[in-house]
Design a binder for this molecule. Structure first.
Ligand code: MVZ
Length: 298
């Protein structure tokens, strides 16, 4: 059976990498320089990240996946969501992040070995749980036979304010940043601040830039949320359910760039919202692309 997902060391003094063993870093080497994103380990052959981390002309050999134990993995394939198209609404909207999600397949095409290289799990490298899989039913301590995907969504994304966190890297140290997902009647209030992004200043209808695929976090109500930096792109938005960890989103974009080369501003802004691709909204794509990975989707 697939290694139990969403398990991490809990004791206070545990190394940060063992508290967040699913975090991975994606590096893309281009002639124009190095781009970095974050990702989440979900199976031995796949990490999950944001589609906007890649350009059309990036080739697999330019991309490496780094796991918490310091191992660098070659990539055979980047599978971006078919509906992702950052240019879809040009010129009115310069960058459009709908369906901003991608699977990165690990392995080395050039190696003559038949078996693909795969991510080695250990206390520093473990998979996170993905919604609507058997592993998440077990992590939620529910009955495997009767639990539905709707129950996963009802349990994880309750109506109103949902406590979650993302993981960022500061001075080579992983730290969790607490946020609240605004669902139900709180969602429109959160989404509306998207129009405060410099990029969208001339847009009047928020639904043109914030599609139903996004989860919205950030701001100062009901408590001051952490905000993302560009370098956090692709990282997982995580819910801690009784010490089991389930990924519900992928960090896509934010309204305010309160980070100058990763120096996070001390003060946030009420409109400093962040938007994450909601995994519940891309399940058919996830399932079709991960069918041979032993995840057992519901
Ligand atoms: C995570 C993340 C990604 C991107 Br792309 C950003 N850039 C941006 N968002 C809208 C237009 N451009 C930001 C900002 Cl800004 C904060 N966090 C970000």
């Amino acid at each position: 059976v697939m290694d139990m997902c969403g398990m991490a060391k809990q004791y206070n003094e545990a190394p940060h990498v063992e508290k967040n063993p699913w975090l991975a870093t994606i590096s893309v080497t281009r002639s124009s320089g190095l781009e970095k994103c974050k990702a989440a380990v979900i199976t031995p052959h796949f990490v999950l990240t944001a589609a906007h981390c890649f350009n059309i002309d990036d080739e697999a050999h330019q991309i490496k996946v780094l796991t918490n134990d310091g191992k660098r993995y070659a990539v055979t394939n980047v599978i971006s969501h078919p509906n992702y198209n950052v240019n879809a609404k040009k010129p009115k909207i310069a960058e459009f992040y709908d369906y901003d999600i991608a699977l990165v397949e690990i392995g080395d095409k050039n190696k003559r070995t038949i078996k693909k290289e795969k991510i080695e799990f250990n206390p520093k490298v473990r998979p996170i749980c993905i919604p609507c899989t058997e592993g998440t039913t077990r992590a939620l301590r529910k009955k495997v036979a009767q639990t539905t995907c709707d129950e996963h969504e009802a349990t994880l994304l309750k109506w109103g304010i949902v406590e979650a966190f993302f993981i960022t890297e500061e001075d080579n140290e992983l730290t969790r940043k607490d946020v609240t997902i605004k669902t139900g009647d709180q969602k429109p209030v959160c989404n509306r601040d998207a129009l405060k992004a410099p990029l969208y200043i001339n847009i009047t209808d928020v639904s043109e830039v914030v599609s139903d695929r996004f989860l919205c976090t950030g701001g100062t109500e009901p408590h001051v949320d952490a905000f993302t930096c560009k370098g956090d792109s692709g990282g997982p938005l995580v819910i801690n359910h009784r010490q089991r960890y389930i990924q519900v989103g992928v960090i896509s974009w934010g309204v305010a760039n309160l980070c100058i080369n990763m120096n996070r501003a001390s003060m946030t802004k009420s409109y400093a919202r962040d938007f994450h691709t909601n995994l519940f909204k891309v399940l058919p794509w996830l399932e079709s692309r991960l069918k041979d990975e032993g995840l057992s989707f519901l």
